[in-house]
Write a protein that binds this ligand. Structure first.
Ligand code: AKG
Ligand code: FE2
Length: 280
């Protein structure tokens, strides 16, 4: 068959205009790893989380306008933790994550909490501005754990697009949903609006909850002024998140998490841009 000749769409059909006013919907960059810790370590970590049932407390939020700590819009259990091994694994992944997300700022420290969502568990739309030093350069990472077969329903992570209209950014209405699959981790900008949709847990048993290790990764110092090299998407996300930035300069995390320094990536890191480039 002869290939069809392209037809010019006449300007009578599509008249020229100098009045374009594009409304962008920019998806938040996200990077997911499957089998992040591997079956054995993931299973051990899940059993550890379950064994600490009595130590979890109700998760809090920080009101961006008043700086008040409350439980508004959130029903999650939390337990602040640290883990040298988890931090080292994160550090090994970060060069690749930064490349995929178009992230350029240096990263130095992380805060981590274990969380559990059961029947009616949820976390309303928010940014992670209250957890990080500079929301325009920080990363959030959520590592998921659950028993199989899964004892909960729902609980997807919804990552909202940013709408940019006439150069002004605001949270969009469209979103991408991430399934909380066992032994997977999702990295995304802390300035991106996101939520945990309500979960169900028919058995009501703690081992059937939706568990996470949630981490916020920041630079050591607030990033200096506007950075000309910062990709647009990070600037837009930061602009849209501006209203959610807490006013007070908290020294303490509102769920009790403590910052720990990230180690440098290991010398025999398997996960790095160089490894990807060598792949044919
Ligand atoms: O559990 C999740 O999927 C996300 C949790 C979250 O957004 C948070 O703890 O700030
Ligand atoms: Fe969050």
């Amino acid at each position: 068959m002869e290939p069809a000749t392209p037809m010019e769409i006449s300007p009578r059909v599509l008249p020229p205009s100098d009045q374009w006013s594009p409304a962008l919907a920019v998806p938040a960059p996200v990077c997911r790893f499957e089998n992040f810790l591997g079956a054995e370590r993931a299973a051990a970590l899940l059993e550890y989380a379950i064994s600490r049932e009595d130590d979890f407390t109700a998760g809090t939020v920080l009101d961006p306008l008043t700086g008040q700590v409350s439980r508004k819009g959130r029903d999650s259990l939390v337990l602040p933790v640290t883990s040298r091994v988890f931090s080292a694994h994160l550090a090994d992944c970060l060069p690749l994550v930064q490349e995929v997300l178009g992230h350029r700022a240096p990263l130095a420290q992380s805060l981590t909490v274990l969380t559990a969502h059961g029947e009616g568990g949820h976390f309303g739309v928010h940014t992670d501005a209250s957890r990080v030093r500079d929301v325009s350069t920080a990363l959030s990472a959520v590592y998921y754990l659950h028993r199989r077969p899964r004892g909960f329903g729902g609980g997807q992570l919804r990552l909202y697009d940013t709408a940019v209209v006439d150069g002004r950014a605001r949270p969009g209405e469209s979103y991408r949903e991430i399934e909380p699959e066992h032994d997977t981790i999702a990295f995304f900008p802390s300035g991106a609006f996101h939520e945990v949709v309500p979960s169900t847990c028919p058995s009501g048993r703690f081992p059937d909850h939706r568990f996470t290790l949630t981490t916020w990764i920041s630079g050591a110092e607030p990033a200096p002024g506007p950075d000309a090299r910062r990709p647009y998407v990070w600037q837009w996300l930061a602009d849209a998140a501006e209203g959610s930035r807490p006013l007070h300069d908290a020294e303490e995390d509102h769920d009790g998490a403590r910052p720990v320094a990230l180690p440098p990536p290991g010398p025999d890191t398997r996960l790095g841009p160089a490894v990807i480039r060598r792949t044919p």
